[in-house]
Design a protein around this ligand. Structure first.
Ligand SMILES: [Fe+2]
Length: 176
């Protein structure tokens, strides 16, 4: 199967415009990630941490690279999110908010090359890589991710705060 980022963006836009966008994007992600090596070949291993390939009010498409030894703090997206990994392995920690406002770890899901996962609009996740290698993937969001107001969470206190660069830097943790 041949893969190109421009073709992927085109497909993501038409899936987002489908009458059932969540199902259509899920199908696109599982079809695309059925051949993770084709993505690796086309995109490569030296991608930036986060690069927006396309964004409008209906859909955002990113290449994403998670660094080893770093725990991305819990956050939501306020829109359905679709994750796929084509190189390396990433661990997704899925949280639930309990009554006290604290976060409870609900599920730990490892994504290996070829795996995809979707997260609902109110879903909260934290991410780290499984090994000493970065994990590389593609993400689709059903909305304009860069300007939506969404939250980061402090794992210890459960406190939520606006997703800003400053709050992100305060909450990101090194894994040793
Ligand atoms: Fe996320």
């Amino acid at each position: 199967m041949s893969f190109s980022l421009t073709g992927f963006v085109r497909s993501a836009r038409s899936a987002a415009a489908d009458a059932r966008p969540v199902a259509a994007v899920k199908t696109l992600m599982s079809q695309t990630f059925a051949d993770p090596q084709a993505i690796a070949k086309a995109v490569g291993s030296f991608i930036a941490a986060d690069e927006c390939l396309y964004e409008d009010d209906e859909v955002s498409v990113y290449t994403v690279r998670f660094a080893p030894h770093e725990l991305v703090p819990p956050h939501n997206h306020r829109m359905p999110a679709f994750l796929g990994v084509y190189e390396g392995s990433e661990v997704n920690l899925l949280y639930q908010q309990v009554e006290s406002g604290r976060l409870k770890l609900a599920k730990r899901r490892v994504l290996n090359p070829g795996d995809t996962m979707s997260i609902g609009g109110d879903g909260i996740h934290a991410v780290h890589t499984e090994h000493l290698m970065p994990s590389l993937g593609l993400h689709i969001y059903l909305g304009r991710l860069s300007t939506v107001s969404r939250e980061l969470f402090d794992t210890e206190t459960g406190q939520s705060m606006p997703f800003t660069d400053a709050n992100y830097r305060m909450l990101v943790r090194a894994l040793v």
